[in-house]
Design a protein around this ligand. Structure first.
Ligand code: HEC
Ligand code: HEC
Ligand code: HEC
Ligand code: HEC
Length: 205
């Protein structure tokens, strides 16, 4: 009897696993204290990005990290102003490689992004951001009132892509605090079998 109970608990654990992957910042590559040679005061995990007081007034999210002022090369259909005022700018403030990871709270840091995670300022070789999502369209799945997009067949349950003010931004495919997908990489939708791509695109594939 006891053995059976243990078995069903184990089965339940396996079933729930994909929903709980990387659900907290401290378990992700965005824990920027004690890594990359950065030691944040009191080991405060949120601090490189947010502060309860004296935050940047240029963007929302009580932002604490120095902001990139780079001019990015974007897709021809992109609206540069929308990238400047969206969460994409927050991502690029580490990922374009122009601002140090440890430049936060008014300090000027010294540790810069390198390797595959550094996108640079030329974003022509990346998926378009700052572009308006076609509504209505027969080639794209349509967003709900909250800007969430699912493909009725391909998107795994509980996951969705997301529009920021009707546009595609970094946060359409990623979520800064951890993946909502078993796939990792802070993705909102598990991209195994290109399911993230098919969550928006209908035509190709
Ligand atoms: C590496 C940077 C980074 C770290 C570290 C970080 N955040 Fe965020 N946070 C962001 C970005 C970027 C956004 C806005 C984009 C988004 O919602 O994905 C955001 C948005 C938020 C929001 C509003 C949107 C939402 O998801 O509810 C809250 C609340 C928040 N963060 C709390 C926290 C807390 C609490 C911590 C520490 C445990 C933390 N963040 C650590 C980058 C970070
Ligand atoms: C404060 C700096 C900072 C900000 C802001 C930031 N990141 Fe990161 N990000 C990092 C660092 C550092 C890494 C780890 C790089 C490494 O391992 O060398 C990382 C890693 C990643 C990875 C790879 C994760 C993996 O599992 O391999 C993705 C994807 C990513 N970030 C996306 C984003 C997105 C999207 C945003 C905005 C919503 C964002 N980041 C904002 C610093 C930042
Ligand atoms: C259309 C969806 C989409 C958009 C928009 C998008 N990404 Fe990604 N990103 C992905 C996918 C999918 C991967 C995983 C690729 C892989 O595993 O090879 C990824 C990987 C990454 C990585 C890890 C690179 C690596 O080689 O491991 C970083 C960092 C990243 N994205 C940052 C960003 C930032 C910053 C933005 C906005 C400027 C952005 N992404 C916009 C889909 C997107
Ligand atoms: C959030 C919805 C969304 C997701 C997810 C998404 N796309 Fe897109 N994609 C778009 C939109 C909207 C455009 C149209 C941009 C424009 O031309 O205005 C686009 C454009 C493209 C283009 C044309 C690029 C160009 O230079 O004209 C390709 C190719 C593409 N996407 C492939 C992908 C792939 C591969 C994935 C998965 C990694 C993906 N998309 C995920 C919304 C999305």
């Amino acid at each position: 009897m006891k053995f059976l109970t243990y078995l069903s608990i184990a089965a339940l654990g396996v079933a729930l696993l994909p929903l709980t992957v990387q659900s907290r910042v401290k378990d992700t590559p965005h824990k920027l204290t004690g890594t990359h040679g950065i030691a944040v005061e009191h080991d405060e995990i949120c601090r490189p990005c947010h502060t309860p007081h004296n935050a940047s007034t240029e963007v929302g999210y009580i932002w604490n990290h120095a902001l990139s002022t780079a001019t990015w090369t974007l897709h021809e259909d992109a609206d540069p102003a929308s990238v400047m005022s969206s969460a994409s700018r927050l991502c690029l403030s580490c990922h374009d490689g122009t601002v140090a990871l440890d430049s936060y709270g008014g300090k000027t840091g010294t540790v810069f992004m390198s390797g595959d995670e550094k996108l640079g300022t030329d974003l022509i070789n990346d998926h378009p951001i700052g572009v308006t999502y076609p509504v209505p369209s027969t080639r794209y799945n349509q967003p709900d009132a909250n800007g969430n997009i699912v493909d009725p067949v391909e998107t795994p349950a509980g996951q969705s892509a997301h529009l920021d003010d009707g546009k595609v931004q970094c946060t359409s495919c990623h979520y800064a605090h951890g993946s909502r997908a078993a796939y990792g990489k802070f993705l909102r939708v598990d991209n195994t079998g290109s399911k993230l791509c098919m969550t928006c695109h209908i035509g190709p594939g």
